[in-house]
Design a protein. Sequence first.
Length: 202
Amino acid sequence: MKTALLYGANEARKRERDVKRRAVKQEKGRPVMRVGRKPGGHTGAFGLLRIAHFTLPCRLGRSGIVARKCEGDGATPRGRMVLLSGFFRSDRTKRSQLPRGLRPIKQDDGWCDAPGHACYNRNVTRPFSASHEHMWRDDRLYDVVLILDWNLTSRVRGRGSAIFLHVEPDGSNGTQGCIGIEPVLFRRLAPLLKAGLLVDVL
């Protein structure tokens, strides 16, 4: 079966573990993004994120924030995550506007969301037999995708997959569980969105 992680299977797992370990050790003095529900928001999907001197609106999962995340519940998991890596649509986005270290997304990129599969919550190559997301999309949600370490370096079946930080159009009613940021705001934050950034969902 042809599958692929962002940097190759073994190398990707090692890279993810190393990034997370360094981030936790170096937390003191490092930027931390804190994300929570917007006070007075119409639904739990309206959020605020704070990092450095920025306080900006964002979108959360349509079911709000939950402490016990389950696959397909449409919720953003509460907890601490580390930004690991990511990818972007090179035909739509200039590399100069992006955080460093992202790779161009390919038309055959997918992300497995089948809890019973060995590649659960992993980047895979399409065609792929099990349930998966198409990462090359007609809409602009995945023009830039940053991968957060939720149920990734250490996986539990059914605990949720594909928890990303990605662009989200204004007027959205919520994500499938990711953290979404309007494109213009995403570009403002780009210099801060580096591998190892701590993301606290409160």
